[in-house]
Design a protein around this ligand. Sequence first.
Ligand SMILES: *[C@@H]1O[C@H](CO)[C@@H](O)[C@H](O)[C@H]1NC(C)=O
Ligand SMILES: *[C@@H]1O[C@H](CO)[C@@H](O)[C@H](O)[C@H]1NC(C)=O
Ligand SMILES: *[C@@H]1O[C@H](CO)[C@@H](O)[C@H](O)[C@H]1NC(C)=O
Ligand SMILES: *[C@@H]1O[C@H](CO)[C@@H](O)[C@H](O)[C@H]1NC(C)=O
Length: 336
Amino acid sequence: MHLPMHLSVPTLLFLSSASASAIPSTLTKPSRPLPLIIWHGLGDNYAADGLVSVGELANETNPGTYVYNIRLDEDPGSDRTATFFGNLTEQLAQVCDTLAVHPVLSLAPAVNALGFSQGGQFLRGYVERCNNPPVRNLVTFGSQHNGIAEFQACAPTDWLCKGAMALLRVNTWSNYVQSRLVPAQYYRSCNTSTGEPTPEYLENSNFLADINNERVLKNTKYAANIASLNKFVMYLFKDDTTVIPKESGWFAQVTNLTSGIVTPLRNRAIYKEDWLGLKKLDEKGGLVFRETKGGHMQLSDELLVKVFKDFFSPVGGKGKEAEEIVMQDSDSSGEL
Ligand SMILES: *[C@@H]1O[C@H](CO)[C@@H](O)[C@H](O)[C@H]1NC(C)=O
Ligand SMILES: *[C@@H]1O[C@H](CO)[C@@H](O)[C@H](O)[C@H]1NC(C)=O
Ligand SMILES: *[C@@H]1O[C@H](CO)[C@@H](O)[C@H](O)[C@H]1NC(C)=O
Ligand SMILES: *[C@@H]1O[C@H](CO)[C@@H](O)[C@H](O)[C@H]1NC(C)=O
């Protein structure tokens, strides 16, 4: 992703709600874009060129967008390691703590969020568990919302990945693996004739079974927080062969990989009984399913620009959301 930099665009710093008491947003004066938080995928790191380019493109598309790439460590190598190894409960808590005191983000009335692959379900976890600062629009690309049925293959020389996957030999459902191997925490085993989760998964999944509210005891805060989103946009890659099954990107359930029987989200109990607030969100027009051509994470600048215009443009600006202006009296920080 090589993007031209238009250095003539004026710098528009996102100002804090210190000025919140000043001028309320008006229909005639669009607010500046909300900050954007981006959570990268497995094997990537927050400082990678491709990710930095995405942030630059966001700022070019909606000038003045403050972009923060989520990281578990300031050292890019360690941040990459954390995409394979770690306890997701602890990783997410760390991200929540960091964002809650971040000098810019913590003062923003809300943020937009962009999740790539596993970063998508982690950002959804952020919304459910913390949401401080609150997310307005969440967009995920090729994420594993309904988990994975198979672990992805590692590149031949990716020793970190291979080391991680070697851990699986221990036993996916052991505490040892569930507290250490990141993809194991969104692995979902199911009964291959019903597609319903296995008891082992429900009992031992350290992350997914919890954030998907699949256990008997439901966390009502999770549902309330998802329903509080303005938009939750799920992109599926049409030819995704990395995520198995790819329909996880739309939160669908696949009964088994041989039958290929897919139960769309809207036909599932998770939706119908609204364990996660997805139905409530859908009823206000906030649940968006989109498909794009290509394999896993094959993103064009053109597609990203479209997404940034549709979902991350300033509230009350010229983007699609201009149609549904939301008054935000804390998002008025002076000159634009
Ligand atoms: C956005 O882009 C402008 C112009 O290139 C640059 O001056 C500014 O620092 C960027 N803002 C952020 C928050 O990255
Ligand atoms: C992951 O960390 C949380 C918080 O420290 C802890 O409660 C949980 O038991 C850990 N998970 C596993 C599988 O050890
Ligand atoms: C799968 O579900 C069916 C129907 O509920 C049940 O009869 C069967 O025993 C289950 N299989 C396993 C392996 O649990
Ligand atoms: C896959 O699902 C179909 C339809 O429910 C079922 O007939 C078939 O036995 C399943 N295959 C396996 C391997 O369980």
